[in-house]
Write a protein that binds this ligand. Structure first.
Ligand code: PHE
Ligand code: ZN
Length: 864
């Protein structure tokens, strides 16, 4: 007998190099569901054909009860179960295999396979959830045509949806009814979906570029229909955008989206039937912030774009995940950039990359965008696969130029339509269409770690010549001690320090070797370097630019991202110096902020981003050993000084932004609301006596969630008398709205206060707290673990709290638990005391009986 310890001590590792084509194809599958929450019966009829090899048919399974097996219409008993897989010896090369199983949606707390969420029955199959529904070769390179029939109680489940087009429906005499759906496009099992529920629909239509009418439906609880208009508009905009920008037209006659409250990720691109976490569908001004509205449009677009980048062309195996995810994130980022300020969108995306992906690349869980091995594939839905993956596609687009990039994606879609492709297929398509050799560029797919570039600019006085010396290095990562140089596309430009004039056109430099020298003919004035403009490569740039040069660029650079970046660098240098006990030049930061605030040519949305200090975590990432207390103190001190020195300007900016009047959703109005809350934050940081009253007045008068949450966030981190009242009012007003209540939990978990941990421990016992809902778990435990100072309390109590919660969550929902583990794995970045405490919690997690393989992989790799 194997006990759990031995089983988990030798985890099964899946390796990319071991890929072999499937032995059996399944051209067609018919599914018949007899739906009920306690017990659902699933009959599957698979037509199977031998593809390669001589082995038996092996069908993946997990957690179901097998009732019967038939081969070619005859019941058989000579099957065997091997590690949950159903193994059948088949005599010929083509057969019909029928199985009947029972599953229990009500008891499915993992939210993989068929499960119940708020009275709705729905499915989640990516990556390996289909095997929890029926026996099937659950791998993305087995493509089948699906026909689905389902029967359910008509009163409880009046709406029955599945992939593809509706075929027929009817009533039965026992209060039940049925519906049949057919999806003509062959697809892998991870794109299967079914939904049964009491749902209402916001419907619309879209006429494609070839003139076909597509019926669109967003399905939610009846009470929520009014909150679906933004999502529906975003869907139509996305459909038009993909036609215009990528030439991609939708292919079925219907496109449905269903929103459910319990969901492990953001949303899922099931063919013709997207299933969404309700937080990425439901919005109105009273309950959703501008950030939420933007995120909804981005996720709706993302899932819609998958219809081509993911569904029509899917992945050969899960190592190719970034083929669909990196490309689709790049597509949704470009879409969002086209809807408002492209510069602000780029700033937000880079901030996200630095917050989530850079630490991953620098830690024990670092992996290339195309990993070489995994224990549990759910652990690889990471910022590296998604966001660094998107940066890699962006670099390709930059290097090829718009036209050749489009020619490349056209070739890719044409050539691989209807197939399961690889990252190599994508790169080769771009290479062939553009004629550009991408041999060395392919290292971005195989090497992990964030490259570092050092840039030194020298200039001979009076000579009119400048020389830029660039060097690169890629740090070692687990399993990859030595790295080869990467191809780094760096957009750069020189400005004159005296006149502010451009001394050169922008150049795209490809740094391919360890070191390179680039010469510029310039005017005689001293040049200042603007580099990695637009964040053209996802790297860390180290320069010796002075505070004065950074301030100069923050005021004069003609690339908005580079302006922002210069300001961030100036702030970072100051904060790192202060946190390390060195002399820090606050005056330069304050002056640069003042110049930005005074520049009436700038968009308020941009100003609001530019004047924000880098996060505590990002400051910590620049230090050899993170000192959370020192960083917190340095950052608070700088915030106070910025608040004080510029107080009249913050008040003027606040009043100006507050004067916009009633709520409208537009890029301009969003920018002003953002500016308002940023200004409020600095007024509060200044210690002004009326700050609490001002925030509370904004909180009470707000006609939208952006202003209300902005004020609440400011109050929650303060000692203002109004703090508790605001939290209570907010709770009472929204206690029936789960998505808004998540904001209430999250605001308190992120609070910058000495008593945050104690408050969070209380909140974990609050009657509205539950680990069973992933959004709620993330709003408290996830938010707390990114609160750098509170989580890293020297006592270790923050670590213990998170580990306790994750151990409990793992028993319900391993996937969601494992996603929240990485902050505990950052122990190498801290002093010995904290490192020991973090390791002890990881050890405690690993020693938990019955630990999931999801958590085992994350915790064991984090300790290594
Ligand atoms: N494929 C989904 C997306 O990118 C993410 C997802 C993965 C959702 C796994 C659920 C489960 O949008
Ligand atoms: Zn995706």
């Amino acid at each position: 007998m194997l006990d759990i310890q031995t089983a988990t001590a030798q985890p099964h590792v899946t390796r990319r190099a071991d890929y072999t084509p499937p032995e059996w194809r399944v051209p067609d599958i018919a599914l018949d569901f007899d739906l009920a929450p306690e017990t659902t019966r699933v009959r599957a009829t698979l037509s199977v054909e031998r593809n390669a090899g001589h082995g038996p048919l092996r069908l993946d399974g997990a957690g179901q009860t097998l009732l019967s097996v038939m081969i070619d219409g005859v019941a058989v008993n000579d099957w065997r179960l091997e590690n949950d897989a159903l193994v059948l010896a088949l005599a010929g090369d083509a057969h019909v295999v029928e199985t009947e199983v029972e599953i229990a949606p009500d008891r499915n707390t993992q939210l993989m396979g068929l499960y119940a969420s708020g009275g709705i029955l729905c499915t989640q199959c990516e990556a390996e959830g289909f095997r929890r529904i029926t026996y099937f070769p659950d791998r993305p390179d087995v493509l089948s045509r699906y026909s689905v029939r389902m029967t359910a109680d008509k009163a409880r489940y009046p709406v029955l949806l599945a992939n593809g087009d509706p075929v027929a429906q009817g009533d039965l005499d026992d209060g039940r009814h049925w519906a049949a759906w057919n999806d003509p496009f062959p697809k892998p099992s991870y794109l299967f979906a079914l939904v049964a529920g009491d749902l209402a629909c916001n419907s619309g239509s879209f006429i494609t570029q070839s003139g076909r009418t597509v019926q669109l439906g967003i399905w939610v609880r009846a009470a929520d229909v009014a909150k679906t208009h933004h999502a529906l508009e975003a869907l139509k905009t996305s459909m038009a955008w993909d036609e215009r920008v990528y030439g991609r037209e939708y292919d079925l006659d219907v496109f449905n989206i269903v929103a459910v409250d319990d969901f492990n990720f953001g949303a899922m691109e099931n063919k013709g039937l997207n299933v969404f976490n309700s937080r990425y569908i439901l919005a109105d001004p009273d309950t959703a912030t501008d950030y939420d509205f933007d995120a909804i449009a981005a996720v709706v677009a993302h899932e819609y774009f998958h219809n081509w980048s993911g569904n029509r062309v899917t992945c050969r195996d899960w190592f190719q995940l970034s083929l669909k995810e990196g490309f689709t994130v790049y597509r949704d980022q470009s879409f969002s950039a086209d809807q408002g300020s492209a510069a602000v969108k780029r700033i937000e995306d880079v901030r996200g990359l630095r917050a989530a992906q850079f630490p991953e690349d620098a830690g024990p869980l670092a992996h290339p965008i195309r990993p070489d091995e995994y224990q549990e594939i759910s652990n690889f839905y990471t910022a590296t696969i998604y966001n660094k993956g998107a940066e890699v596609i962006r670099m390709l687009a930059t290097m090829l130029g718009a036209q050749a990039f489009r020619a490349g994606t056209d070739l890719y879609f044409e050539r691989f339509d209807g197939t399961a492709a690889t990252c190599e297929d994508f790169v080769a398509s771009l290479e062939e269409a553009s004629g550009i050799d991408l041999t060395q560029f392919r290292r971005w797919y195989s090497q992990a770690g964030t490259p570092r570039v050092t840039a030194r600019l020298s200039h001979d006085v009076g000579g009119g010549r400048a020389v830029l010396t660039l060097s690169q290095s890629v740090p070692p990562t687990p399993g990859q001690p030595i790295k080869a140089p990467m191809v780094l596309p760096l957009r750069l430009k020189l400005f004159g320090a005296d006149t502010g004039a451009s001394l050169s056109d922008e150049r795209l430099v490809l740094l391919e070797d360890d070191v390179a020298e680039i010469a510029f003919e310039t005017a005689t004035e001293r040049p200042v370097l603007s580099i990695n403009r637009g964040f053209s490569a996802p790297v860390v740039i180290e320069t010796d630019r002075s505070a004065a040069d950074l301030a100069f660029l923050s005021a004069h650079d003609d690339d908005p991202f580079a302006r922002y970046e210069a300001m961030q660098q100036l702030m970072l240098d100051t904060l790192v110096a202060a946190a390390s006990g060195m002399q820090a030049d606050q005056a330069a930061v304050i002056a640069a902020i003042e110049t930005t605030l005074d520049n009436s040519a700038l968009d308020p949305a941009f100003i609001a981003e530019a004047v924000l200090l880098p996060s505590e975590s990002f400051v910590g990432d620049q230090m050899a050993v993170v000192d959370p207390e020192a960083i917190f103190r340095a950052r608070e001190a700088l915030r106070r000084e910025i608040g004080r020195a510029l107080e009249p300007k913050w008040r003027a900016a606040y009043d100006q932004a507050a004067a916009i009047g009633g709520y409208v959703y537009s890029p301009e109005a969003k920018g002003l609301r953002r500016m308002k809350t940023v200004a409020l934050g600095y007024i509060a940081a200044s210690g002004a006596a009326d700050a609490g009253a001002l925030a509370f007045a904004q909180f009470e008068a707000a006609d939208n969630m952006t202003d209300r949450q902005g004020a609440l966030t400011t109050l929650v981190s303060s000692d203002a008398a109004e703090r508790v009242a605001a939290l209570d009012i907010f709770y009472n007003r929204y206690c029936d709205n789960a998505l808004v209540l998540d904001k209430w939990f999250q605001a308190q978990a992120l609070a910058q206060r000495d008593d945050t941990l104690a408050a969070v421990e209380d909140l974990a016992r609050h009657r509205d707290f539950t680990l069973a809902n992933p959004n709620r778990a993330r709003s408290l435990v996830g938010a707390f673990s990114v609160n750098q100072r509170a989580f890293n309390a020297a006592s270790g109590a923050g670590y213990r709290f998170v580990a306790d919660q994750l151990i409990a969550l793992d028993k319900l929902n391993p996937q969601t638990a494992a996603k929240l583990l990485p902050p505990l794995g950052r122990w190498r970045r801290y002093d010995a005391g904290r490192a020991t405490l973090m390791r002890a919690e990881l050890e405690r997690i690993l020693a938990t009986p019955g630990l999931s393989k999801d958590m085992f992989e994350q915790a064991s790799k984090s300790l290594a």
